[in-house]
Design a protein around this ligand. Sequence first.
Ligand SMILES: NC(=O)c1ccc[n+]([C@@H]2O[C@H](COP(=O)([O-])OP(=O)(O)OC[C@H]3O[C@@H](n4cnc5c(N)ncnc54)[C@H](OP(=O)(O)O)[C@@H]3O)[C@@H](O)[C@H]2O)c1
Length: 363
Amino acid sequence: MRRALELAARGAGQVSPSPLVGCVVALDGGEIVGEGFYLYEGVKHAETLALEQAGERARGATAYVSLEPHAHQGRTPPCTVALIRAGVRRVVAPVEDPNPLVSGRGFAHLREAGLEVEVGLLAPEAARLNEKYVHAMRHARPFVHLKLATSLDGRIATRTGDARWITNEQSRARVHELRHEYDAILVGAGTAVADNPALTDRSRMPRHRPLTRVVLDDRLILSPDSQLAQTAAETPLVVFTSEGADEGAADALRARGVEIVRQPRGARDLSAALEELHRRTLQSVLVEGGATVAGRFIEAGLVDKVSFFIAPLIIGGRDAMPAVAGTGANLIADATRLRDVEITQHGSDVEITGYTETVTSDG
Ligand SMILES: NC(=O)c1ccc[n+]([C@@H]2O[C@H](COP(=O)([O-])OP(=O)(O)OC[C@H]3O[C@@H](n4cnc5c(N)ncnc54)[C@H](OP(=O)(O)O)[C@@H]3O)[C@@H](O)[C@H]2O)c1
């Protein structure tokens, strides 16, 4: 199963809106006779690839699949049929697929055909691997990951607004790997204007869909000459704004290929923005600031995962920008505390990643 999860992970960036799936076909002695993992463009499912490799040796073997095999006709024929036809004796899977079209039905189909089915092996690891897919399926909104780069004293910019670069090259390379895992990346208008970022995935790893860039901008202050707008023809850029925002400014951005989405309660309505991204089948959003946007997301309880990249430098000053604005907690007991924390070192920078208390790792 560990191998199946490892294989599944190779599809990162190349499966959304589908889940990551890996499959290993093994004989009773443990010999692996077939392996596969899913790629959206490849169309063939992990099970089919592993069974093709195993050929006749799949008869009587065990298939370890990282997610419940589907029993419905989608872009591909049901994987349960492929497993049954190949003569597999036993199927081991960690978790049910949360997709209502599939959930529980795949296991039921296999059992009806007389196959042994075991569920639960490495379930937490498998749920973690597909946390974005599982979350999007269960909550009908994307998984939200807040990422910020801070100084040792918790600042994300100096008092003049300078923020480049707080963290080192290794941390920044890691951020591109993170971007690669996400369907969308979001910033506030303040950051879009102050930093003029491109917000692209420069991981050099293949992706199935381009990274959708999102800006929250009620007054449409984003310039048509910004890097974001200038690259909108190649990489999608969606700007959420208010109904009253200037039509001339909207037209100038549209002329660059920017999509303007006017919301009745403006870009401040984060739930509506997330629902809109979900309608576009975007499973996950990496929120990269700034302080105002980070504060709003935290205070709305909409952050699922957090990564702070902390650099050993002190910016100082009462007016330097804190990482998270808004009102903040009154008491330490009310602060947003992380669990399942992982600490990684990138040269002299430290990455602290964890999940907010409100969300469980299985979504
Ligand atoms: N170190 C880091 O990781 C990092 C990351 C990002 C940014 N930064 C720095 O942070 C600074 C920018 O931060 P900021 O707080 O000024 O700006 P911000 O959070 O990027 O953007 C805030 C602005 O976005 C608009 N907005 C629209 N909808 C919003 C919503 N739902 N929630 C929040 N804002 C919404 C508001 O403009 P309206 O008033 O027009 O509605 C608001 O003033 C820059 O200096 C940048 O360099 C650092």
